[in-house]
Ligand binder design. Structure first.
Ligand code: PMP
Ligand code: GLN
Length: 417
């Protein structure tokens, strides 16, 4: 094999399930080469061009000092306990958090599994529950990891599109779940529906009526609902509604969250699953062979964070909301149509009014041309599905960056005119 760097990504001759994993995420080329994820690609482009990175969703701010301090200086007792297989203090903190914010009564011993981030939680859940050939419905656009792991499990991903809604002026102004399309996506062979609310990339928060319908459809089919709620605290339009709070959810809903977004510690990878004991038992049977346990000091930090006063959660939310507002008005003045997000790290904008119909192409050009990186919404849509075409000109910008970065990015974006 040549030692040239450009040859490192050679068409891999190795066969195996990795192929369907990469293909599931749309990363396996016809020539056998594996492309990087859109986040890796755009961050590399931002780095090589020196562009401001409003692509990959990692925050600039350091997060609440109480969380960082607790992780940096865990008590000797906490360190010893985190060396043990299953650290009870984080599970106790998660149960208390679910009770305090959502009124949920969860047994920390039998109904919680701590994971290495929401990503591992989702992977373990899908690998534990989905048999080869079974279908998993995802709301489209969807976070890339779902497609990859559904494929690894041998499952079949079935998209249920979000609709792009338009105001009286004809401009896009929101996203809404097409419940009829969701019903159509579900079949006798559906094993699970993945629900991501608040949603990446659109910032949509599903309301109670939508969640009730999804739960009803799942129960009719005997399917599970696996929720990804990592943006649960970053909400600008009223509180998040966890699916697990709906009547009848228990035994059907597997709830996933993590600390990364709430406490601006996206590299810590501390997540958790809450579900009925029989589901936790099933998922734990897989999870314990991925990583038995990990991130000891981070677990201590997150346990401290989950117990912080409401004012800390409010401060995180309102600081993020200010930066969202800054980005929204900057994108508007640059000529984009902006779909104002109700939650999360990202703002989606339509580049069509600026004459850019292909968001992916724009994202590949922007770092060099104006010094700003973003990611196309098309990277989150099913190839060949309705949203691949309908959302082609949409671009996702991260507002989880410093106000200074956003100010500078907004200045540069004015040059797209
Ligand atoms: N789900 C969604 C919707 C996300 O945006 C992210 C962002 N990284 C993740 C899961 C991954 O979470 P974690 O870092 O806890 O694995
Ligand atoms: N969730 C983040 C995003 O959507 C990060 C993804 C990643 O780093 N793989 O940008």
């Amino acid at each position: 094999m040549s030692e040239n760097a450009e040859d490192l990504n050679t068409p891999a001759p190795v066969t195996g399930p990795w192929r369907r994993t990469a293909a599931g995420a749309g990363l396996l080329g016809a020539d056998g080469r594996v492309a990087p994820t859109i986040f890796t690609e755009m961050t590399a482009l931002a780095t090589s061009t020196g562009a401001l990175n409003l692509g990959q969703g990692f925050p600039d701010d350091p997060g609440p000092h109480e969380v960082l301090d607790a992780a940096a200086r865990p008590s000797p007792r906490a360190v010893i306990s985190t060396r043990r297989c299953r650290n009870p203090s984080l599970r106790t903190a998660i149960a208390a958090h679910q009770a305090r914010f959502y009124g949920l009564d969860i047994d920390p011993d039998t109904e919680i599994q701590v994971t290495m981030g929401a990503t591992e939680a989702m992977a373990a859940s899908l690998l534990a529950l989905v048999e080869p050939g079974q279908e998993v419905v995802t709301i489209d656009p969807f976070y890339d990891a779902y497609a990859a792991v559904i494929a690894l499990a041998g499952g079949v991903q079935v998209p249920a599109p979000l609709d792009l809604t338009h105001g009286a002026d004809g401009h896009p102004n929101g996203f809404s779940l097409d419940v009829a399309a969701l019903r159509e996506a579900v079949s006798d062979n559906t094993r699970a529906i993945i629900v991501n609310t608040p949603h990446n990339p659109t910032g949509t928060m599903l309301g109670r009526a939508d969640l009730e319908q999804i739960l009803a459809v799942a129960k009719e089919q005997g399917a599970y609902v696996i929720t990804d709620e990592v943006y649960e605290h970053l909400t600008f339009a009223g509180p998040h509604i966890p699916m697990a709070t709906l009547p009848g959810a228990k035994g059907t809903v597997v709830s996933i969250s993590s600390a990364g977004k709430t406490f601006s510690v996206t590299g810590w990878k501390i997540g958790w699953i809450t579900a009925a004991p029989e589901l936790i038992t099933a998922i734990q049977a897989v999870k314990q062979f991925l990583t038995f346990a990990g991130g000891g000091p981070f677990q201590v930090g997150v346990a401290a964070g989950l117990g912080l006063g409401g004012e800390v959660f409010d401060a995180v939310r309102s600081s993020l909301q200010d930066r969202r507002d800054l980005l929204v008005s900057g994108l508007r003045s640059a000529g984009f149509d902006v779909i104002v997000p109700d939650a999360g790290y990202f703002t989606v904008a339509d580049a069509a009014p600026l004459g850019f119909e292909d968001g992916a192409q724009l994202c590949r050009e922007m770092p060099e041309r104006i010094g700003v990186a973003a990611v196309p919404v098309s990277a989150f849509t099913s190839a060949g599905g309705p949203n691949a075409a309908r959302m082609r000109s949409l671009v996702r910008f991260a507002h989880c960056k410093s106000a200074d970065s956003i100010h500078q990015a907004v200045d540069r974006l004015q040059k797209l005119h």
